[in-house]
Design a protein around this ligand. Structure first.
Ligand SMILES: [Zn+2]
Length: 259
């Protein structure tokens, strides 16, 4: 009799243990499912690998070689090193990057540059240039976008349907970059291609904009005619800070464009 009682107790304890074991297993499975859901990039956050940005370091092209030395630097060199740093910033965030040149002094026409962006179906064709002016006190960063179609060599562009995206790209990148840079460069705002001398003569759009079939905007990083701006853009830490700020704005634009 005593043996049967002990057997019953052992059986009962075994059942309780089995129940607890199953309960524990269920808890473990639930925990792993929820923690995996939090790690999943599709779960509320954006997977940047779906985006392609075409970075265009301006010059040498049929317009100019960009090799004029101002305050010890050339536009071609600044555009190139900034483009490489911006590429690294974007790639670190998972964005696909295509460059329009493979080396600093490579000659690429404006048509070829736009075709690279178009063939890669870039989410953004981002053109990098630096300004110059007769007054060395004029400084700062300016963004340009096409607000209308222009004509060059009988070609009309950009397509009407991408013009709102061009405007949104310029505004988003400008706003994010200026907030991040907090006065490091003067804010010369967002302007239209039509406000440039060349753009105005081509019906209101720059050549790169006319030939682009994807959203396009252009940054004039700073004025190389300003010794103060050149001090900023030739400082490795400052320039990388500018690349990070511009890159953050680009990601905000491309991520917003598809959501
Ligand atoms: Zn330029």
């Amino acid at each position: 009799m005593l043996c049967r009682v002990i057997e019953d107790i052992i059986y009962l304890m075994g059942s309780i243990f089995k129940c607890r074991f199953i309960f524990f297993c269920v808890l473990l499975v639930l925990f792993s499912v929820t923690s995996r859901a939090q790690d999943n990039p599709d779960n509320g956050t954006t997977d940047n690998s779906m985006f392609t940005v075409c970075i265009d370091p301006g010059h040498p092209s049929e317009v100019s070689d960009g090799m004029t030395v101002q305050n010890g630097v050339t536009e071609n060199h600044i555009n190139w090193i900034f483009a490489l740093e911006l590429k690294e910033v974007l790639e670190d965030e998972g964005v696909n990057v295509v460059l329009t040149k493979t080396e600093e002094d490579e000659y690429v026409t404006n048509r070829e540059r736009a075709e690279i962006a178009n063939e890669n179906e870039a989410d953004l064709f981002f053109r990098i240039h630096c300004d110059t002016f007769t007054d060395p006190d004029v400084r700062g960063m300016t963004f340009y976008y096409p607000d209308r179609q222009g004509t060059w060599e009988e070609e009309i562009g950009p397509p009407e349907e991408i013009i709102p995206d061009c405007e949104r790209a310029a505004n988003t990148i400008h706003d994010v970059a200026m907030e991040e840079l907090d006065g490091l460069l003067n804010d010369r705002g967002v302007r239209t291609d039509n406000e440039t001398y060349v753009g105005n003569r081509q019906g209101g759009a720059l050549r790169g904009s006319i030939l682009s079939r994807v959203p396009v905007c252009l940054v004039e990083l700073c004025f190389l005619s300003s010794p103060d701006d050149v001090d900023v853009i030739t400082d490795d830490d400052y320039r990388r800070e500018i690349a990070r700020a511009v890159g953050k704005g680009i990601i905000e634009f491309v991520a917003g464009a598809t959501s």
